[in-house]
Design a binder for this molecule. Structure first.
Ligand code: HEM
Length: 415
């Protein structure tokens, strides 16, 4: 409590400050309590931290928001003031769909996401379960492994390859490139020094995939890539580089988030042996429920950005002006005491109607069905196979990032 008080006395919130990146939760608590809309002059941005405020602004038709400045702005982008005027959508070369307004947004998104629809995802269950089982046997034989990368990352990157039609032997490379490209500079926030180079490699891998599908006739047998290749967009087809850019945003989401939910969730179950025993009592039913709490409690995507356009918007006593950016802190909303009782505690079966781990409204996560399926299977299989696992907590390592939250390394010991 004392730590929170000293924080409150000199309170400054900057999402890219090292202390915030190390552990943002105490900051989020103060934001929710004292400054639910917190103005950051140097970024021209409001940080919004309460659940109901976020829901309101993301669903109110009077709030005109755009993403043409990006949904994940870096510190250098945020420092550049927009003077109240946001850039128009970039049509050529085409920007990634999360940055596009309607109707372009829907056109591009729909062309790529057939394999992510519920029916298609249900068909992945056997593939994912087999891969999880095979991986567990390898890891159990080692006696110790990193639940985030070696287990969660392995499974997620395999599923990503399957979704995008990449050969499975590319999964380790994909995982490495995605993890490196989404890492943040632990001292300054924003991208790491090798970001450009790593992104180029990831982009190259996906542009090659697009080229090979184009050459093969893009007959629809790879629904994600062929869907993008066959999109008629403003009277033209997308280039391989444009297809690759669209794929990057899907593939990064598919590969980097889920492993951290699984790692953090397994850590919490180990910290609460009574809860672990309850989950184990009926794994088939309970893994699904526990995974939702893992999402609420520890989903890695901290915040996303929007920009106000067209007209001022009144949110309680605050007037948000055109050009103002919004830092929408889903991770704070998921710990909002006004919505979740004992919000800072992990309670595997807490009554919960919904949470914001997958966002809300227009940009709601396209991978939600895959993520839920993978999470449930990973929990079911791991807990069935090694129900008494231990965690080497002193050697667990957090992510230091403005973008992600959670644990990059959760060393599990097989018991
Ligand atoms: C536990 C795992 C996951 C979490 C916690 C998560 C979280 C999120 C969140 C919070 C958003 C909203 C962004 C915003 O408001 O701007 C989002 C969007 C998105 N997610 Fe996920 N995600 C997960 C898994 C996935 C998977 C498996 C995929 C792909 C297969 C994926 C692809 C995307 C994409 C492409 C968007 C952008 C959607 C848009 O702008 O319309 N995510 N995700």
């Amino acid at each position: 409590m004392a730590a929170v008080s000293s924080l409150e006395r000199n309170f400054v919130y900057d999402p890219f400050a090292v202390d915030v990146m190390r552990d943002p939760y105490p900051y989020y608590k103060v934001l929710r309590e004292k400054y639910p809309l917190y103005w950051i002059e140097k970024y021209g941005a409001w940080a919004i931290s309460r659940y109901q405020d976020i829901l309101k602004i993301l669903t109110d038709p009077r709030a005109h928001l755009t993403t043409t400045e990006g949904t994940l702005m870096s510190p250098s982008m945020m420092r550049r003031k927009n003077g109240g005027i946001v850039p128009p959508p970039r049509l050529n070369p085409l920007d990634i769909f999360p940055n596009m307004p309607s109707p372009y947004y829907e056109q591009i998104r729909q062309s790529a996401i057939a394999p992510l629809r519920p029916h298609a995802v249900a068909g992945l269950e056997d593939f994912i379960r087999a891969r999880v089982r095979q991986r567990l046997e390898e890891l159990i034989a080692r006696g110790r492994f990193n639940a985030t990368v070696e287990f969660g990352g392995y499974v997620a990157s395999g599923t990503t390859c399957r979704l995008a039609g990449l050969p499975l032997d590319q999964a380790p490379r994909l995982l490495e490139l995605v993890n490196r490209s989404t890492s943040r500079n632990p001292e300054k926030g924003g991208f790491t020094d090798d970001y450009q180079e790593v992104s180029k490699q990831l982009f190259g891998l996906l542009a090659d995939l697009s080229r090979s599908r184009r050459k093969a006739g893009a007959d629809g047998s790879n629904r994600m890539v062929d869907g993008l290749l066959n999109l008629e967009f403003e009277g033209r087809r997308l280039t391989d580089d444009e297809v690759a850019a669209e794929l990057v945003s899907i593939i990064v989401g598919a590969t980097e988030t889920l492993p951290k939910v699984v790692g953090a969730g397994l850590l919490e179950l180990w910290r609460h042996p009574d809860q672990r025993a309850e989950v184990l009592a009926d794994l088939k039913t309970n893994a699904r429920i526990a995974f939702e709490e893992m999402l609420r409690y520890g989903a890695p995507a901290q915040w996303f950005t929007r920009t106000v356009v067209d007209r001022p918007y009144q949110l309680r006593e605050y007037t948000l002006m055109p050009g103002d950016r919004l830092i929408i802190i889903y991770a704070s909303a998921n710990r909002d005491e006004r919505v979740f009782e004992k919000a800072d505690q992990f309670i595997w079966n807490r009554p919960m109607e919904e949470h914001l781990a997958f966002g809300y409204g227009m940009h709601f996560c396209v991978g939600v069905h895959v993520a839920r399926l993978e999470g449930r299977i990973m929990l079911e299989e791991l807990l069935r196979r090694i129900p008494a696992y231990e965690v080497d907590e002193p050697n667990a390592r957090r992510v230091i990032s403005d973008f992600q939250l959670g644990w990059m390394e959760v060393p599990l010991i097989v018991k």
